[in-house]
Design a binder for this molecule. Structure first.
Ligand code: SAH
Length: 338
């Protein structure tokens, strides 16, 4: 059995030929898979019946399954995707009422080994990297299931994308070329692997960058994010300046507001000092509870004060809308629960 989404166009041509068909048929098939998101061969109406039969006998389009699907009251859909080896990870579709954008939040690994203390994915540990086709399969699953076209992709599901560098960048190339999603509409979110950020800046496809900063005080950041021991805030900053100079783009800084810990005026001051010379936007994320709850949600007043302090530095600040919290699909809540 061949899994067609694993194949490049030229490999698909070889496969089609091995079934005794003309190579050019592969283009047709390719377009059904990627542009029209067909979920079965019978829908491929301009392909003749006996070829479709041969295809169903010898191949599948995807080898993944939707293990569970949950729809939030805000329209967010969370899929638990089961990969061929039985491992599962989430993909989340976010729609924003007032915009035509449909964002797919994809996983790059099953589990994660970065160990951030506030994150549900970290609590499950690291299982394995996802292959490029397994990342593409997540987007195709959404498109097949909803009949809608994904317009933006964010690597903000399970995993640290820069720890699965080769596969993630190979997937990005395919998202861009085969799914026709512009490179500016593809965002990588990382906890701050500074040397990989620099490496990324040398590639031909440089996606939009989001950083899980979460704290601008090194000691407190160490308590909640072990990555700070390896790549300190100082080193991270150098990599971010390099990115903004190289691309001319802003970085997005994601900042979790944890009640009493990272949401204080003192912490806002530290953040202001850290970012004063950095081209960036700030996305404040009120902490989402993950069950163990050593940490607290921030209160509304502290969120507003924090936002105000940053804005008075002339930065653009948004408070992230909590999407899908009723189905545990919000940031940091993805842990492959069945
Ligand atoms: N490993 C990458 C990709 C994960 S993105 C990264 O660190 O950026 C998921 C985002 O949700 C990250 O910004 C992460 O720090 C944040 N997050 C994790 N746990 C959270 C929680 N309990 N509440 C709010 N945001 C959380």
């Amino acid at each position: 059995m061949e899994t067609l989404v694993k194949l490049s166009l030229s490999e698909l041509e070889d496969f089609v030929e091995s079934l005794g068909e003309k190579r050019f048929r592969a283009k047709q098939l390719f377009s059904w898979i990627y542009s029209k998101s067909a979920d079965c061969f019978d829908k491929m109406t301009d392909i003749k019946k006996d070829f479709r039969d041969k295809l169903s006998l010898h191949s599948v389009i995807l080898d993944t399954k939707i293990k569970k699907k949950q729809v939030s009251s805000d329209g967010t859909i969370k899929y638990l995707i089961e990969f061929a080896d039985g491992n599962c990870a989430e993909t989340v579709l976010m729609r924003f009422d007032n915009r035509a954008n449909l964002s797919a939040c994809v996983s790059s690994q099953v589990g994660c080994f970065m160990g951030c203390d506030f994150c549900a994915t970290a609590k499950r540990g690291f299982v394995r990297n996802l292959e490029p086709y397994e990342i593409i399969s997540q987007i195709l699953t959404i498109q097949q299931d909803t009949g809608l076209k994904v317009t933006n992709v964010v690597f903000m599901g399970q995993g640290e994308p820069l720890n699965n560098y080769e596969n993630v960048f190979s997937a990005i190339k395919s998202i861009n070329e085969n799914l026709n999603i512009g490179i500016r509409r593809i965002t990588i979110s990382t906890c701050g692997i500074a040397d990989k950020i620099k490496k990324m800046c040398e590639s031909d496809f440089i996606p939009t960058l989001a950083i899980s900063l979460h704290c601008a005080d090194s000691n407190v950041r160490k308590q909640i994010m072990p990555v700070e021991n390896k790549y300190s805030l100082g080193e991270l900053k150098k990599a971010l300046i390099y990115y903004t100079e190289k691309t001319g783009k802003r970085v997005t800084l994601e900042y979790i507001l944890i009640g009493g810990l990272t949401d204080t005026k003192e912490m806002a001051q530290k953040l202001c000092e850290y970012i004063y010379d950095l081209k960036c936007n700030i996305n404040l994320i009120p902490y989402n509870p993950i069950g163990v709850d050593k940490y607290k949600k921030p209160n509304k007043k502290d969120i507003m004060i924090f936002k105000y302090l940053l804005e008075s530095q002339g930065k653009k600040v948004t408070v992230r809308l909590e999407r899908g919290a009723d189905i545990d699909a919000a940031c940091g809540q993805l842990a492959g629960k069945v």
